[in-house]
Design a protein around this ligand. Structure first.
Ligand SMILES: Cc1cc2nc3c(=O)[nH]c(=O)nc-3n(C[C@H](O)[C@H](O)[C@H](O)COP(=O)(O)OP(=O)(O)OC[C@H]3O[C@@H](n4cnc5c(N)ncnc54)[C@H](O)[C@@H]3O)c2cc1C
Length: 326
């Protein structure tokens, strides 16, 4: 790869650096760039510098204007970063595939007339920059090589990479960048942000995930999943069928249009195993499937398959776990 730095767009959510930035910085360190740098926009950016440095950023560009959270990120973000890109000439900018990441990458692509690759799963650099990504939902995995123009812009799915901090090193350089917030960006404002209240570990970070689908038959049966997940110190997920039925909130959805999880153990209960679901959980180290249909596609992926009624099996599992913990 040529000599320009690799940038990572970092978000701060509820006062914490979002995990996607740390995953991307970890990957960026392995790409052979002379420098790995981060960009963080909005209040909280200054407090994020240390964490971004521990994950590999040698420089963090910050702009703490409240407009980056009160307005949509894309317009102000692209206008603020464009002059910086012109002077710093990054080779590559990695974005998390979040709402703000997508908004900003799309706006930058339009502003700088550059291509952007979305839904990235992996990236390689060498003579060319090549991104592996999913298209047409998740039915196709493709490898796309960027042409000569720089920077290359790519968005990555959550958990595409695993975050790992560096041993202690020097603090990164902080460079404050003036915010460019045009009047036209003020036409739309964010009126509310809310984070669903969760008990137990966050779904994306849990080492055990117990997920339920349409086969659970009714919303009340999710209580059983919560009991089992609680005994295993895990989190509860769901298929889209369960979410669309209004049984559980969208924040619990695993899959293409939901969350990507990579637990040690994933227990799929009454879930058929549609590709749009499995793309969000196939990275689990061990998959257990409970389904009454022996032909259910989920069994092709499962390390342990149990053919039977999910509620009966879950009650037995709960009772066994209770007897062991008591
Ligand atoms: C663009 C797009 C995006 C999508 N994104 C997602 C996504 O992010 N996440 C997602 O999950 N889906 C997603 N879907 C939907 C996906 O295609 C499937 O429709 C969905 O995953 C099915 O959910 P399910 O397995 O719970 O339901 P079903 O497919 O109806 O399967 C229910 C399963 O339960 C079993 N069962 C029934 N009763 C019992 C019982 N008593 N005990 C044990 N097993 C039982 C059945 O044998 C069956 O296998 C998406 C679809 C599209 C088109």
């Amino acid at each position: 790869m040529a000599n320009g730095p690799v940038w990572v767009f970092a978000e701060v959510v509820d006062g914490r650096v979002a995990p996607g930035a740390l995953e991307l910085l970890t990957k960026a360190r392995s790409l052979g760039a002379a420098d790995v740098e981060a960009v963080c926009l909005g209040p909280g950016a200054r407090e994020a510098v240390g964490e971004l440095g521990r994950h590999g950023a040698s420089t963090v560009y910050i702009s703490i204007d409240a407009g980056f959270v009160e307005l949509l990120m894309g317009g102000p973000g692209a206008d603020t970063l464009a002059p910086l890109i012109a002077t710093r000439k990054p080779e590559l900018i990695l974005f998390p595939g979040t709402h703000d990441g997508r908004d900003l990458a799309g706006r930058l692509a339009a502003k700088l007339d550059l291509p952007v690759i979305a839904n990235g799963l992996d990236i390689e650099t060498g003579a060319a920059i090549t991104v592996t990504s999913t298209i047409f939902g998740v039915t196709q995995v493709v490898r796309t090589e960027f042409g000569e123009r720089r920077p290359a812009l790519a968005l990555f799915r959550p958990k595409a990479f695993t975050a790992s901090a560096l041993p202690a090193g020097p603090a990164p350089r902080t460079v404050e960048v003036p915010a460019v917030i045009d009047e036209r960006h003020r036409r739309a404002r964010v009126v509310d942000r809310s984070t669903p209240v969760a008990t137990g570990p966050a779904l994306e970070e849990a080492t055990v995930v117990v997920s339920g689908g349409r086969g659970l038959q009714e919303p009340a049966n999710f209580e059983l999943l919560h009991e089992v997940a609680g005994l295993l110190h895990g989190a509860v997920g769901a298929s889209r069928a369960a979410v669309d039925a209004g049984w559980v909130p969208y924040s619990m959805q695993v899959g293409q249009t939901g969350k990507t999880v990579k637990p040690t153990v994933y227990i799929a209960c009454g879930i058929s195993g549609a590709m749009q679901h499995t793309v969000g959980m196939r990275g689990a180290q061990a998959i257990v499937a409970i389904n009454r249909d022996p032909e259910a596609p989920i069994f092709k992926l499962a390390d342990l398959g149990i053919v039977g009624d999910a509620l009966t099996v879950l009650r037995q599992l709960r009772d066994e776990l209770r007897s062991r913990s008591g």
